[in-house]
Design a binder for this molecule. Structure first.
Ligand SMILES: Nc1ncnc2c1ncn2[C@@H]1O[C@H](COP(=O)(O)OP(=O)(O)OP(=O)(O)O)[C@@H](O)[C@H]1O
Ligand SMILES: [Mg+2]
Length: 287
């Protein structure tokens, strides 16, 4: 059965999408795993980093994005079909990475988010729209080794759909004061959901992202995070650190064809770091 992990932080811009995309590439490309990326964010950043905008628009018009799944919840229809919506062999590395698939998002999700919340039984999480994704994926999950869910920076009903199927969550964090303050909040909300929905979900780890080795603040914050982490209470802080690097930002451009993971994510530093991240991830999930 697939190992399902949500990449989450309630703070925006900490590298959730970037990390999801990179980790998925390395699990598929270096470890030979069958990986599904689920883009739960109406910003559709992960989608647009894995397929061209033109391809996404075609799919969105045809009702083959997550918009359709949630629209079905409102309309009482069942038009969404996961195996049709999933795009196989995505990425711009030599025309697509075998084993790397995407369930695309849609910017139209913004519009229906609030309406879905109104029909959801948020207090008990019993049945209903919180489990729409779980029901839709029932038939396809057995085909994957790993599912990575790119979450938006909120815990709305769409995000909860991802949490409800996840065994683990991973928190990317930029090592500055404001960003690290958000971590206890994520842990608290996950624990609360686990309790109320009777669903076990584990903090797999915290990954330092967009790290600037020349910044005294970043250095001190990481040192403090490692010093203050209480084993068994806090998720482990990954030994791997992802540096801020221009190549990493540029890796989101899917329009230009590249030939290898190293080409895409930037030779040397970023390539080694993401490769290390995937190795560490595999060690923690025992896969
Ligand atoms: N390691 C990195 N080096 C350089 N730029 C990075 C790195 N990681 C992320 N970025 C850039 O920082 C910005 C935010 O990253 P990203 O979109 O991954 O964050 P996010 O947490 O998913 O944001 P949101 O909360 O809006 O979904 C993007 O422009 C991205 O290209
Ligand atoms: Mg994002």
């Amino acid at each position: 059965m697939a190992t399902i992990t949500s990449i989450i932080n309630l703070k925006g811009g900490v590298g959730k999408t970037t990390m999801t995309i990179a980790l998925a590439h390395y699990l598929a490309g270096e470890h030979g795993k069958r990986v599904l990326v689920i883009d739960l964010d109406p910003q559709t950043n992960a989608t647009i980093a894995l397929v061209t905008e033109r391809r996404w628009r075609e799919r969105d018009q045809a009702g083959q994005t997550l918009y359709q799944l949630f629209k079905d919840q409102l309309d009482g229809t069942r038009a969404f079909n996961a195996s049709e919506a999933i795009l196989p062999r995505v990425s711009n590395i030599t025309g697509g990475v075998p084993g790397l698939d995407l369930l695309p998002s849609s910017i139209r999700l913004h519009r229906i988010q609030d309406k879905i919340t109104k029909i959801a039984d948020i207090d008990t999480f019993r049945g209903g729209p919180v489990y729409a994704l779980r029901e839709a994926l029932r038939g396809v999950l057995p085909y994957y080794d790993h599912v990575l869910i790119d979450c938006p920076p909120n815990l709305g009903i769409i995000t909860l759909n991802g949490i409800a199927i996840s065994r683990y969550f991973l928190i990317p964090v930029v090592p500055d004061i404001l960003s690290t303050l958000g971590v206890p909040l994520v842990l608290d909300r996950m624990a609360d959901f686990a309790l109320r929905a009777q669903h076990e979900i584990y903090g797999l780890g915290i990954v330092v992202s967009r790290y600037r080795p020349t910044s005294r603040l970043h250095k001190e914050t990481v040192a403090n995070m490692r010093r203050d982490a209480i084993p068994g209470i806090h998720p482990p802080i990954f030994a791997t650190v992802i540096n801020e690097a221009l190549e990493v930002a540029e890796a989101a451009d899917v329009e230009e064809s590249v030939h290898s993971l190293r080409d895409k994510f930037g030779g040397g530093g970023p390539h080694k770091q993401f490769s290390g991240l995937a190795n560490e991830y595999m060690r923690y999930v025992g896969g």
